[in-house]
Design a protein around this ligand. Sequence first.
Ligand code: ZN
Length: 276
Amino acid sequence: MPELPEVETVRLALLPALTDRRIVEAYVGRPDLRWPLPKKLAKRLEGRIFGIPHRRGKFLLLPLDGQETLLLHLGMSGSIRIHESPPELNKHDHFMLAMAPFAGTVATTFVVFNDPRRFGWIDLFSDEVHPMLAQMGPEPLGNMFSAAYLAAVLSNRSGPVKTALMNQQLVAGVGNIYACEALFYAGISPRRKASSIKGRRAQRLTAAIRDVLQRAIAEGGTSLRDHVQPGGEIGYFAQKLAVYGREGEFCYQCGGRIRAIVQSGRSSFYCSNCQR
Ligand SMILES: [Zn+2]
């Protein structure tokens, strides 16, 4: 499931494919994904020019001329492919943009959105802040995210810290994988009460969140540079994870066994020796 680093990797790949380029043709394969798509979306997109793609949490925000923004969310299984020639669309390719250079009319780049489980979102909005983004917490790699901030927002939470970290209103873009990994590197149990995270613990956790995300973004960048097979999915890359998905395997730090528990319907992986 794509989290902040995967979405950031997709954004980096979209920068040259979309920025200052014109939509020659938009293909919309179905009226809905997770929610209904905007009415007449293909027609509203055709002829328009993209600004610079940016990201907020797990959302891709693709500004267009005319002060509208195309919002993309990869959901649980969404992926993007970029082709240099018209691709054959597969069963789960629900959306495609054929892009031409700024002054051109012939499409030279094709951006395809594939989503088998259809939890992805596509929206087109003109407001300054999309309602889905208005409540979102600070970017974990931005200046607003600090140990003091984290301790303050966790201080009145009664649940476990792992569940709180995945709350997009507290911090944007952290999901199950990176919450598990950050807690491991901070030496904090996912079961620990959120309200007990303060002082040094808050500092360790803030640094660990930043660190795991930055390392994953670097991996994603490497995957883009190594990306030689045309038509490959962007944003899914192999990583060395310390605990996530490693139930029953040895902890790299202490040699103990990695455990898995379910919290708020999601699996939490951790080492009970290393994480308290
Ligand atoms: Zn351990």
